[in-house]
Design a protein around this ligand. Structure first.
Ligand SMILES: [Zn+2]
Ligand SMILES: [Zn+2]
Length: 292
């Protein structure tokens, strides 16, 4: 039997059998005994991984190689989330499912996608196709990829309002499960640098965004993978605090595009520790899929 793949169930092509949970236990008890329990879900669940089927994914990232790497790292849950751009052929995701059926693995593997909000009016994944996927990441900060949608504005505050509008659009989609890397790449938006844009975003605007995400059961991915500027770190810290306070779940994703990056989910660990974040603050993607 190959890897489980709920996407296949949604496509209705092949009936697969989920891995036996007794054979591959979640080891929840062992969480309790760890010195730093807040790290544990970050060490066992990666909800954001690309393969070579993303144009930006390295050729080495075959599903087999990716899953072998996760096994070496003792992960338990993996979401393969290749890009779903406007022009992506959905058959790509079926190809991944077909690959997975040939792979023996003890991991819980889900096939999702990373769709994107390109403008407040334009989302790359049609509503009618959302139920194809086990898990959907909906990015609101891919403007570095599709910069023709970036508006010409004259102040960093105006740009911040557009950035917020994209994020609110992502948080308004009931089929979205996770908003990955919020507010990343703002340094690519105009001549001001990211600090001028990010520092103009007010807490009440972050609260509004968090509440929208919460009302649609959307988790937020926190990672420092794309930018390490003090302004970005500060914004993420503010937003993490607000999400935790408003009951929005956090997500643990590496956004790996190479085998080296697979499973690197802990880049925001130190700030998370200072906030007292524990496993209960993270989305358990198995529960999300089960409740679909
Ligand atoms: Zn992304
Ligand atoms: Zn990604």
């Amino acid at each position: 039997m190959g890897a489980e793949c709920n996407l296949i169930r949604h496509f209705g092509k092949v009936q697969t059998v989920r891995a036996n949970s007794a054979q591959y236990p979640c080891k929840k008890e062992s969480f309790v005994s760890l010195v730093v329990p807040a790290t544990t879900i970050l060490e066992t669940q990666d909800t954001h991984v690309h393969t070579f089927r993303s144009s930006c994914g390295l050729p080495e990232c075959t599903p087999k190689a990716v899953l072998e790497r996760f096994q070496q790292l003792h992960f338990q849950v993996v979401c393969i989330t290749d890009h779903r751009h406007l022009d992506t052929d959905p058959a790509l995701f079926q190809e991944t499912c077909a690959d997975l059926l040939e792979i023996e693995t003890p991991l819980d593997v889900y096939v999702g996608c990373e769709a994107e909000v390109l403008s407040p009016e334009l989302v790359s994944l049609p509503d009618s196709e959302a139920d194809m996927y086990d898990v959907i990441l909906l990015a609101a900060s891919h403007y570095h990829v599709f910069n023709r949608y970036v508006p010409r504005v004259s102040t960093p505050r105006q740009m911040a309002e557009w950035v917020l509008a994209l994020h609110r659009r992502a948080a308004s989609k009931p089929w979205a499960d996770i908003i990955p890397h919020p507010f990343s790449f703002t340094e690519t938006l105009g001549p001001w640098g990211d600090a001028a844009i990010l520092e103009s975003i007010r807490d009440d605007e972050l609260v509004e965004l968090a509440d929208m995400a919460k009302s649609n059961s959307i988790a937020i991915e926190f990672r420092l993978g794309h930018a390490l500027s003090p302004a970005y770190r500060e914004l993420l810290l503010r937003f993490t605090k607000i999400c935790v306070r408003r009951g929005v779940l956090l997500s643990s994703g590496s956004d790996a595009h190479s085998l080296d990056a697979v499973g690197i989910t802990r880049t925001f660990l130190v700030p998370m520790r200072t906030l007292g974040i524990q496993n209960k603050h993270f989305v358990d993607i198995r529960t999300v899929v089960r409740n679909r």
